[in-house]
Design a protein around this ligand. Structure first.
Ligand SMILES: [Zn+2]
Length: 142
């Protein structure tokens, strides 16, 4: 019999808008991490913006990327405001330097916080949740 004090909660699914919605729709449609790329000068950028910081062009596309990179920075979360994440605490929020250039933020899922170091090789992937949002996961390459 289950513990009546133990409730299960569903993880909050955000409703992205604008460019973030475009980014997440690409992930949901393809199951692949995408980043924005300038159609004028090819510069890749993340998070998505309406104008290129290099050439100020407003022309862009979202392109799939390998997800390969390394741990650029991270934070160990010992508290969560979303009760659905309570079983994951403590968990690592990772900033990954992608081989394609930009950095992305995701949640580390296959390593304990004490086993994470700056520079560790990682692989970023997406997991669609709903029709307009995808979780961004980071896995340490073993
Ligand atoms: Zn540009």
């Amino acid at each position: 019999m289950s513990d009546p004090q133990q409730k299960s909660y569903k993880k909050y699914i955000p409703n992205p808008e604008g460019l973030n919605l475009e980014l997440h729709l690409k992930a949901v449609e393809t199951g692949l991490l995408h980043i924005q790329r300038c159609l004028s000068c090819d510069k890749a950028r993340q998070p998505p913006r309406y104008y290129c910081s290099a050439c100020f062009s407003s022309e862009y596309e979202f392109v799939p990327v390998s997800g390969e990179g390394f741990m650029y920075s991270f934070a160990i979360n010992h508290f969560t405001v979303d009760r659905a994440w309570i079983e994951e605490v403590p968990y690592v929020t990772a900033v990954v330097q992608l081989v394609e250039g930009p950095r992305v933020v995701g949640a580390l899922r296959n390593a304990e916080p004490q086993d994470v170091n700056l520079g560790d090789p990682v692989l970023v992937s997406v997991e669609p949740r709903g029709e307009e949002f995808a979780f961004i996961w980071v896995d340490k390459v073993q």
